[in-house]
Design a protein around this ligand. Structure first.
Ligand SMILES: *Cc1c(COP(=O)(O)O)cnc(C)c1O
Length: 233
C-alpha cells in the first residue's frame, strides 16, 4: 500500500470512530474538529494530509514545528502547538502557531502576546488544565484547576491573544472518563465568564471516545492516523 492509501484509510477509520462516539452520546459529529498531530513525521506527510482534506495539524516541539511550517507554507493549514512552550521560545512560536493549546503559566501569556505583537498577528490560546488526581506523584503538564480562571483572565486581557477555551491530557494511569469529566467542569466555569471560550481540546488516539463523551470539541490524533512514532515521540 502507498503511504497515501494507508493514511487515507486511517483517516476514514478515525472518522467512523468519531461518528460512533458522537452517536453514542447523541451529539452531531460535524461539530468535532480533528487535529492531526504530525510530530516526528516528515513534512511530506503534512503535504499528504493536506491533499486528503486535513486542515488542522499539531506539533509539540518548536524546532521541528517551525521547520515543517516553513516547508508547508504554501498549504492552507492551521498550525496547533500542543506541547510545552519554553518561555524563551514563546515569541518564535507566536510567529507561526494559529492556536497554542498549552497555556499553563502567566509568564507564557506575556511572552506569547509580545511575540504576536512583533509578528503583527493574533494567536488563539487554550488554557491547559492539569487532569491529575489531587496528590498525584508523576503529573502530566497543565495548570491546576484552581489557577485556570486567573490564566483565562490574563489571556483575555492580552492585546494579541484570543481565549478560545481549554485543553487537557488524561493521566496515563487514571480513568480517562473521570479526567475528561473534570475538564468539562473547568471548561464550563471558563465559559460562564468568557462565553466565546467554547473549545475543549481533549482526546488522543487511545481515549478519544471518552473525551467525545465529555464534550470535547477538538481531538488531537497522531498514531491512529500516521502510525507508531517510535521511542522519541
Ligand atoms: C502526541 C500528542 C497527541 C497525539 O497522541 P496520539 O496518542 O499519537 O494520538 C495529542 N496531544 C498531545 C499534547 C501530544 O503531545
Amino acid at each position: 500500500m502507498t503511504r497515501g492509501a494507508e493514511v487515507a484509510a486511517n483517516l476514514e477509520r478515525l472518522r467512523e470512530r468519531i461518528e460512533r462516539a458522537c452517536a453514542a452520546v447523541d451529539r452531531p459529529a460535524d461539530g468535532v474538529r480533528t487535529i492531526v498531530v504530525t510530530k516526528t513525521f516528515p513534512a511530506s506527510d503534512v503535504r499528504l494530509l493536506a491533499e486528503l482534506g486535513v486542515r488542522d495539524v499539531g506539533e509539540n516541539r518548536h524546532q521541528e514545528a517551525v521547520a515543517k511550517y516553513q516547508e508547508c507554507r504554501d498549504l492552507d493549514l492551521r498550525w496547533h502547538f500542543v506541547g510545552a512552550v519554553q518561555s524563551n521560545k514563546a515569541a518564535a512560536v507566536a510567529a507561526y502557531a494559529d492556536v497554542v493549546h498549552s497555556i499553563d503559566r502567566p509568564k507564557l501569556v506575556a511572552a506569547l502576546d509580545q511575540g504576536a505583537h512583533a509578528a503583527d498577528r493574533r494567536v488563539g490560546c487554550l488554557v491547559q488544565v492539569s487532569l491529575d488526581e489531587p496528590g498525584a506523584q508523576q503529573g502530566r503538564s497543565g495548570a491546576d484547576p484552581d489557577r485556570v480562571d486567573a490564566l483565562a483572565e490574563l489571556v483575555s486581557r492580552a492585546g494579541r491573544l484570543d481565549l478560545l477555551g481549554v485543553m487537557g491530557v488524561a493521566p496515563l494511569d487514571g480513568d480517562p472518563d473521570k479526567a475528561f469529566a473534570r475538564l468539562a467542569d473547568v471548561a464550563a466555569g471558563v465559559r460562564a465568564r468568557f462565553p466565546a471560550a467554547t473549545v475543549i481540546s481533549a482526546g488522543m488516539s487511545g481515549d478519544l471516545e471518552a473525551a467525545l463523551g465529555r464534550g470535547a470539541t477538538h481531538v488531537r490524533v497522531g498514531t491512529a492516523v500516521l502510525g507508531a512514532r517510535g521511542a522519541k515521540g
